[in-house]
Design a binder for this molecule. Structure first.
Ligand SMILES: Cc1cc2nc3c(=O)[nH]c(=O)nc-3n(C[C@H](O)[C@H](O)[C@H](O)COP(=O)(O)O)c2cc1C
Length: 195
């Protein structure tokens, strides 16, 4: 089946917002990608899912930059970076120099250690990645990146995105009470498969 953009049936995912930096044929660039996931510990891999474009819709500058250079930065937006995310996600690097715009707006960047694209200061996590694989799937490409460098700022909370809105992480939910854990333990024992 097909589900168009913004279908309410697909509105219940809650994700991070990856601010993906790249530097290639379209120059230094940044886009917002809610479909940014940490998918392997060893080796550490991050996948980012980027619209491939179609006959009626131009491909994203970020994907073209990454296909050409095989590297990208993942800057997980912090709670304070919703405006940065909107700027990165609402125009294309084919038309707008978003990095210069963001610098003038007040965002700061730093030079990456292992890759050419600039990295965003103030993010919850910054990861420098080299492409391990790019899989074209449906209308998006899965860009799988091997992490070369990663830093997380423990004082920052990640920005959350769900139902086309930005959110803050809410209240921590405690584990079930001991009585509930005991009941779950008894059920687990009852349904443990005999070898
Ligand atoms: C919060 C937010 C999340 C987004 N997530 C994605 C995503 O996961 N994948 C994608 O292809 N586009 C996503 N977009 C749209 C791109 O950021 C947008 O198309 C951008 O203009 C692409 O920039 P570029 O052409 O410079 O690469 C998102 C936009 C916003 C505002």
């Amino acid at each position: 089946m097909d589900l168009g953009w913004g279908d309410p049936k697909a509105s219940k995912w809650a994700t991070n917002v990856g601010l993906i930096t790249s530097d290639g044929p379209h120059g230094p660039n940044i886009m917002a990608a809610e479909w940014t996931y940490y998918v392997s510990y060893t080796p550490a891999l991050i996948s980012v899912h980027i619209g491939r474009g179609s006959k009626d819709k131009a491909g994203k500058a970020t994907l073209e930059n990454i296909r050409a250079t095989k590297e990208f930065g993942v800057n997980l937006a912090s709670q304070e970076q919703n405006a940065v995310s909107s700027i990165a996600g609402k125009s294309s690097g084919k038309e707008v120099d978003k990095i210069s715009l963001l610098k003038e707006y007040g965002a700061e960047f730093y030079a990456a250690k292992k890759i050419k694209p600039p990295m965003l200061k103030g993010a919850a996590t910054n990861a420098e990645c080299k492409v391990k694989d790019i899989l074209d799937m449906g209308d998006h490409a899965m860009v799988l990146g091997e992490v070369l460098e990663i830093e997380s700022d423990q004082s920052k909370q990640p920005l959350i995105y769900s139902g086309n809105k930005y959110w803050k992480l809410g209240e921590h939910i405690s584990k079930p009470a001991q009585a509930e854990l005991d009941r779950i333990g008894a059920l687990k024992a009852k349904y443990t498969k005999k070898s």
